[in-house]
Design a binder for this molecule. Structure first.
Ligand code: ATP
Length: 173
């Protein structure tokens, strides 16, 4: 059996204000073989948003993006499954909402994106990015330790359902 992969998923601020869209996206997570390893609601500070999107610093949409991401809370998820990075990005659909609506209307961005900036969700684009992003947003989460102590339980299916209110306790040891 392949080891599980971790990815970082973000549900962006405009969705948090819409309970129907929010629960629909959560439902996509829970019905797509993902397991939620950790989750939290967080309002990005300027510092976090600028670090998170530093590769876009020179782009025309950077200020707009930082302003949007600091405008209200986002829901953050560390997700796991096989091919987690690729699978979450597939479910999100294309970055640009018009393209998403045209080419993958049933994707998360196709259904819940409002504009190229307010495109509903984020997903790490590689396992290396996932590691960096998780370290920034969940500084208390120890990735090597998770692989050693928890991944086997997730992989064997002993942990079958973890919802947003799951309080992490290693009571399955
Ligand atoms: N042309 C654009 N106009 C406005 N905002 C944009 C544009 N392109 C990207 N963005 C915003 O910047 C974010 C990061 O862009 P990137 O090119 O890394 O896309 P991505 O990898 O599909 O998205 P993400 O990193 O959020 O998963 C996008 O999710 C979107 O919010």
């Amino acid at each position: 059996m392949l080891p599980l992969e971790l990815t970082l998923a973000i549900i962006k601020p405009h969705v948090i204000n819409n309970p129907i869209s929010l629960s629909a996206i959560r439902n996509v997570i829970l019905t797509s073989n993902f397991k939620i390893v950790r989750s939290k609601r967080l309002t990005f500070t300027n510092e976090i948003a600028e670090t998170f999107y530093k590769e876009h610093k020179e782009k025309f949409f950077y200020n707009r993006l930082v302003t949007f991401m600091t405008s209200g809370p986002s829901d953050l998820y560390i997700l796991t499954r096989e091919n987690a990075v690729q699978e979450w990005r597939r479910l999100m659909g294309p970055t640009k909402v018009f393209k998403a609506q045209y080419e993958q209307p049933e994707s998360i961005r196709g259904m819940y994106g409002l504009s190229d900036t307010r495109n509903a969700s984020h997903g790490s684009d590689s396992t290396m990015s996932a590691t960096k992003e998780i370290t920034l947003l969940f500084p208390e989460f120890d990735i090597p330790k998770w692989y050693k102590t928890e991944e086997p339980y997730f992989r064997s299916g002993s942990l079958t359902f973890l919802n947003k209110d799951f309080i992490h306790k290693p009571n399955y040891y």
